[in-house]
Design a protein around this ligand. Structure first.
Ligand code: S3P
Length: 455
C-alpha cells in the first residue's frame, strides 16, 4: 500500500510521517454531542431555531437528515471546514411526523438512541436502522425503559440489536429508572421520552454522564432537575415533569473537546510542540481528559472565555494551550474512563508515550462503541511497538518505548483512525492508517489539520 502523506486516498488509506515540530491552531469541529442535541431539540420546539457552528461530521449530518424526515425544515445556511450553521423550523413535539420509511442512523449511536426516545413518546411507528457497525451496538438499554414507559419496541437478536421498530404512545407512563451502564445516550433517550409522559420521569446514574441534554433543555424553558446521587455522590439523579413544551433557541456550539483531545495528546507527547485550541467546551462532565492528561504531567493552559462563551446553551468554553511535556504513567479509574469515554483511545497513546506504566480500569463499555476499541487500540499500538496488555476490563500500558511507524487499521472507527494518525506524527518513519476516511464521521478536514500543524 502506498499513499501520499496527508488526506486519505479514495480507498481511505492515509500515511502520516513523523513531524519535526508541531505548531499552530488546528481548526476544530463543533461539539458532536451538543450538535446532535441542538438538532433534536429544534425538532421538538415549535418555531424557528438557529444552531451556529455545529459540527459538520457525518454523524451530525445523519441527525439533520433524521430530523427532516420527522417533519422539520432543516436548512444549512452557511458552512466552513468542520462547521455548519443550521436554521430549523419545526411544527413542534406534538406534531412529530411518522416517517414514511426506515430512518437510517448510519454510524451514529447517539442519533439512533435519542431519536428512539422521541418517537416513543408520539403515536407514530418508526424503524431505526444503521450501518454494519451500528447494527452490532446494544439497544436493550433503551428498549427496556421505553417499553416500561408504554412504547412497543421490537429489535433484532431478541430485542438487543438494530434495526429497532418503535410504536410510540402518547402520553407515556413516567418511570424511575436506574441505568445499568453509565450512558448519556440512555439518560437522554429517557428524558426526551419523559417530555411526553404524564408525570415525573427520573433517571438514576451511579456515575454521572455528560449533562448536555439537561443544560440545553433548561436553556429551552424545560425545568429539568439534577442532583448528585449515590453512596459517594459521583452519580446523578435527573428528573423532568411531563408533558413539557420545548422553546426554540439560538445556540452557538463550542469546539468539540473529544476532537481537541487528539491535539492535547499530540502537543503534550511531541518533543517540540505548542498548539492552541480555540473555544473548546469545558463542561465539567466532558473535561476529564484535560484533567487526566494534566495528572500525567501534560502542560495545558486554560483561558476561560469571558461571559457565556457558548452563547445560548449554558456551556463553559476555554482556549487551551498545550506544550511539549514529560508525561508519566498513572492509574486511571473506572469513573475517569466513564467521564472520558470517547478519549480513551488517544489516552492509551499518551500512556504508550509516557514514562512508566499506566493502568486504565473499567474499559468494558469501549467494546460497544463504533468498533471494539479495546481490541482495536491494543492491536494498532502493539504494531507500532507499544506494550499493551488487556485483562478483562483492565488495560495495562508500559510506556517509555519509542514507537515506530507501522500499518494500522481503523476498523472503520473514526477515533481509532485519528489516534493512529496522531501516533504517526510522533513515531519514527511512516505510519499507514487503513480505512482513515472514517475520520470525517466526527472530524471533517482532520488530515488537512495534520499537515497544517507540522508545516
Ligand atoms: C454520547 C454519549 C456516549 C459517547 C458518544 C456520545 C452522547 O455514549 O460515547 O460518543 O452524545 O450522549 P454512551 O451514552 O453510549 O456512553
Amino acid at each position: 500500500m502506498r499513499a501520499q502523506s496527508g488526506a486519505p486516498t479514495q480507498e481511505g488509506a492515509a500515511v502520516v510521517r513523523s513531524a519535526a515540530h508541531l505548531r499552530g491552531s488546528p481548526r476544530l469541529p463543533g461539539d458532536k454531542s451538543i450538535s446532535h442535541r441542538a438538532l433534536l431539540l429544534a425538532l421538538l420546539a415549535e418555531g424557528e431555531s438557529a444552531i451556529l457552528d455545529a459540527g459538520d461530521g457525518e454523524d451530525v449530518r445523519t441527525t439533520a437528515a433524521v430530523v427532516a424526515r420527522l417533519g422539520a425544515e432543516v436548512e444549512r445556511i452557511a458552512d466552513r471546514v468542520g462547521r455548519v450553521d443550521y436554521r430549523v423550523v419545526s411544527p413542534g413535539r406534538e406534531r412529530v411526523a411518522e416517517p414514511d420509511g426506515i430512518l437510517d442512523c448510519r454510524n451514529s449511536g447517539t442519533t439512533l438512541r435519542m431519536t428512539a426516545g422521541i418517537v416513543a413518546s408520539r403515536p407514530v411507528f418508526a424503524v431505526l436502522d444503521g450501518d454494519a457497525s451500528l447494527r452490532r451496538r446494544p439497544v436493550a438499554r433503551i428498549a427496556r425503559p421505553l417499553t416500561e414507559m408504554g412504547a412497543t419496541i421490537a429489535a433484532r437478536a431478541m430485542g438487543t440489536l438494530p434495526p429497532v421498530a418503535v410504536t410510540g404512545r402518547a402520553p407515556l407512563r413516567p418511570i424511575d429508572h436506574p441505568t445499568t451502564v453509565p450512558s448519556a445516550q440512555v439518560k437522554s433517550a429517557i428524558i426526551l421520552a419523559g417530555l411526553g409522559a404524564d408525570g415525573t420521569t427520573t433517571v438514576r446514574e451511579t456515575v454521572a454522564t455528560r449533562d448536555h441534554t439537561e443544560r440545553m433543555l433548561r436553556a429551552r424553558g424545560v425545568a429539568v432537575r439534577s442532583e448528585a446521587w449515590g453512596p459517594d455522590g459521583a452519580g446523578a439523579v435527573v428528573s423532568v415533569d411531563g408533558p413539557a413544551a420545548v422553546a426554540p433557541a439560538r445556540e452557538r456550539v463550542p469546539s468539540d473537546p473529544s476532537a481537541a483531545a487528539f491535539w492535547l495528546v499530540a502537543g503534550a507527547a511531541h518533543p517540540d510542540a505548542e498548539l492552541v485550541l480555540r473555544a473548546v467546551g469545558t463542561n465539567p462532565t466532558r473535561r476529564a481528559i484535560i484533567d487526566v492528561l494534566r495528572r500525567m504531567g501534560a502542560s495545558i493552559d486554560e483561558i476561560p472565555a469571558g461571559g457565556d462563551g457558548a452563547d445560548g446553551g449554558g456551556e463553559p468554553v476555554s482556549d487551551l494551550v498545550v506544550r511539549s511535556s514529560e508525561l508519566h504513567g498513572i492509574d486511571v479509574t473506572p469513573r475517569e474512563v466513564a467521564a472520558a469515554i470517547d478519549e480513551v483511545p488517544v489516552l492509551c497513546l499518551a500512556a504508550a508515550l509516557a514514562s512508566g506504566t499506566t493502568h486504565i480500569d473499567g474499559v468494558g463499555e469501549l467494546r460497544h462503541k463504533e468498533s471494539d476499541r479495546v481490541a482495536g487500540i491494543a492491536t494498532g499500538l502493539a504494531a507500532m511497538g507499544a506494550r499493551v496488555a488487556v485483562d478483562g476490563d483492565l488495560m495495562t500500558i508500559e510506556g517509555g518505548r519509542r514507537l515506530a511507524g507501522a500499518v494500522t487499521e481503523s476498523l472503520d472507527d473514526h477515533r481509532l483512525a485519528m489516534t493512529f494518525a496522531i501516533a504517526g506524527l510522533i513515531a519514527g518513519g511512516e505510519t499507514a492508517i487503513l480505512g482513515a476516511g472514517c475520520a470525517s464521521i466526527s472530524y471533517p478536514g482532520f488530515f488537512d489539520e495534520i499537515e497544517r500543524v507540522r508545516a
